[in-house]
Design a protein around this ligand. Structure first.
Ligand SMILES: Nc1ncnc2c1ncn2[C@@H]1O[C@H](COP(=O)(O)OP(=O)(O)OP(=O)(O)O)[C@@H](O)[C@H]1O
Length: 273
């Protein structure tokens, strides 16, 4: 499904936190939404599932303004992985994942055998089936995060929205989650802070600064030294990974005398990604 943000402006607390953002994400792409804290990533995602209303502009799902769709249809179309909410603390992992099936039920519908199969399959995909009977409130941050991804997978629908999906995960689960998300046959939009993860896994990255879209395209074209300095106010170096040949970013504070000296001197022939 194609997702379009069309000249979107969102005001919160009397301030425009998104300003004239226009971005078209093609069907099946995995797009990383990058930008400093407060740049508007979550707000942009929230327009997709109607949690905020734009002051101007539109958010479109296959040419339909999300505000013209019924809430249930949005919930069936856009699966959202947020951090857990306190209301789910008293539920088991399986019950929370089954909540992802609710938009697919008829009124007062109950979980079916098919729902149970889908929920268990989602738990298998995130490597959390062994947690199925545990109370969500008793899980670690990373375990909860995997459960919330399983819930979003169980929700199905052609669009998946992830807001900082890896922030509690250990490195193995970060890589596994990004790999898994990259293999899904869905349009995926993920707010991410790790530029290396985004560069390695996303088809495209969109970069926000102060509520404006400043760049969009394949990571190797977008994540240049100049852009990283302008947007994130750090120095970036591009180091070739000798094993894979892929370029890895290393960062240093611009006030440091030699930003990446503790990691490696700048290699000969390093190219931007
Ligand atoms: N309910 C609100 N009322 C007023 N201002 C808000 C509200 N929610 C968010 N903001 C402001 O909107 C701006 C964008 O916030 P948003 O959460 O979209 O940023 P973000 O890029 O997701 O940040 P982070 O990386 O820190 O999660 C910030 O300046 C934030 O303080």
């Amino acid at each position: 499904m194609r997702v379009v943000f069309d000249d979107l402006t969102v005001a919160l607390g009397g301030t425009d936190v998104l300003r004239s953002v226009s971005l078209a994400i093609e069907d099946g792409r995995f797009v990383g939404l990058l930008g400093p804290n407060g740049s508007g990533k979550s707000t942009l995602l929230r327009t997709l599932y109607r949690a905020v209303t734009p002051r101007a502009g539109r958010t479109l799902l296959n040419d339909h303004d999300v505000r013209s769709l019924r809430p249930r249809d949005v919930a069936r179309t856009v699966a959202v992985m947020l951090q857990e909410t306190s209301t789910e603390f008293d539920l088991t992992v399986l019950e929370v994942v089954l909540l992802g099936r609710v938009p697919h039920h008829s009124s007062f519908g109950r979980d079916t055998a098919e729902d149970l199969r889908i929920a268990e399959e989602a738990l298998v995909r995130v490597g959390a089936l062994d947690l199925a009977d545990r109370m969500v409130g008793q899980l670690s941050g990373g375990q909860k995060q995997r459960v919330m991804l399983a819930r979003a997978l169980a929700q199905a629908g052609p669009v998946l929205v992830l807001d900082e999906p890896t922030n509690h995960l250990d490195i193995a689960h970060q890589l596994e989650q990004m790999r898994l998300v990259g293999t899904l046959d869905r349009t995926v939009i993920a707010a991410l802070h790790d530029l290396n993860l985004a560069a390695a896994h996303c088809d495209e990255v969109a970069v926000l600064k102060d509520g404006r879209l400043v760049a969009f395209g394949p990571p190797r074209d977008v994540l240049t030294r100049d852009l990283v300095r302008e947007v994130f106010e750090v120095d970036a170096r591009f180091l070739p990974d000798p094993e894979t040949g892929r370029t890895v970013l290393a960062f240093g504070h611009p006030h440091d005398p030699s930003p990446s000296a503790d990691i490696s001197p700048e290699p000969q022939g390093a190219t931007t990604p």
